[in-house]
Design a protein around this ligand. Sequence first.
Ligand code: XMP
Length: 516
Amino acid sequence: MSHASGGIAILDYGSQTAQLIARRVRELGVYAALLPYTTTVEQAHGAVPDLRGVILSGGPPSAYEAGAPRLPDWVLASELPVLGICYGMQLVTLAFGGEVAPAAQHEYGMTPITIVKPGKLFAGLETTQTVWMSHGDRIERPPDGFDVLARSDNAPFAAIGHLERGVFGVQFHPEVVHTEHGAAMLRNFVIGVCNAKTGWTPENFIDASVQAIREQVGAGRVLLGMSGGVDSAVAGALIHRAVGSQLVPVFVNHGMLRQGEADAVVQMGRSLNWNLVAVDATEDFLDRLRGVTDPEEKRVIIGTMFAEVFEREASRQGQLDWLAQGTIYPDVIESAGTGRPGARRIKSHHNVGGLPDRLKDRLVEPLRDLFKDEVRAVGSLLGLPDTVVWRQPFPGPGLSVRCVGQVTWERLEVLRAADFVFLDELRAAGVMDSIAQAFAVLLPVRSVGVMGDNRTYDEVIVLRAVTTTDFMTANWARLDHDLLARISSRIVNEVKGVNRVMYDISTKPPATIEWE
Ligand code: XMP
């Protein structure tokens, strides 16, 4: 079974938590696709072949304003069950003839609600629930035929439902963890009301994907750019399982990976019996970067070089028929531009720019439907090492954007050594799981120090460790002071060329996670 076996369409009205709805539904073992609210009925059935229900996300606008995003006609015409969340609830209310108006008092944060009529939506739940509210509008009058299912102090219609039709609206967000029993509510809707099947598992995904890859590529050879990151590795593992040595993975080492990382990629390729083509282009990259200090210039040079080296290696490999990429679902969602106009666009999602032209229309993207956590689950099941599966995000331009100022082999080695100590200590302290990203940065700033009886005049290492879920905002990790002391002492003692260590206590925004 795969996503072809049925699921839920989520129409995205621009809520920050729209992706989370899809993830929560998938955690129930049911396939969910996040689609723009302009999706046609054909597109919806194309994305979710056996469509069982529709969820309408929240969103920033007010449904009663002119030009506000609307509910597509097909949603109600299809007679599928519908769950409207926040803005989605307003759309349901208006579509059935109810009234929406600005709330006298806005409700944000954790709010108690009282369930007055459970229906299928709240079946099995306690009468009093804590939910996460975030809205400025509220339902003034529910449409005819709708029952009030729950109320809060400020929202007399916190949840409504047309029980016969299976159409519901909730003013709060069941998808966020702050809604205590949100997962149970979504389960009630998805399984209880929509009767969706629970076949969305990593095992089933692998079986279906292997089959699909075989059908797609036939006897052709598949080129894959490997970066050392989890997405390209998992894509490679799937393709290798499907077509074995027809996979031609190419790993370009630009010399700006972390300590031991390039060897680990080669080692992984060997242990998995892939015919990995490893190219060490360190010197070429460093030559082109000589004297360059501007961060964006570094990125452009590295992107261009990657394309050149990759293309050169690809042309050495003889006949190639397909190009594989580790594109994942958030990349697809972002480039489809779901949600409100002007929603942020992501950075280029792959590290190999300038794809061989002849293969641009012949893409194999086996992870297009997976969220990151699903990619990791599939990778584990396919036997990839934990170091790859659980690798933290690492920028395509690598350490070049953490080596502030000139990128030379010597400075990269200093940075690598300090970075290694930092990560080593975080691992030993058992705090790695609570940190989204941790790394060292080398500054082109010298300061005076004293070592033994000698004066030193060396560069500065900055330690950066952040907590975040989406990498759009981030907080600095509250590391234990004794741990920081140990790290600092080890770095100045073990890493030649560094005599001072700083800890970055900036949040994003206004800072970014990386220094460049
Ligand atoms: P910032 O620094 O923008 O980083 O707060 C957010 C996330 O993006 C990663 N990052 C990059 N990834 N190429 C990439 O592939 C890049 O040029 C790049 N710059 C930043 C960063 O590591 C963090 O996870």
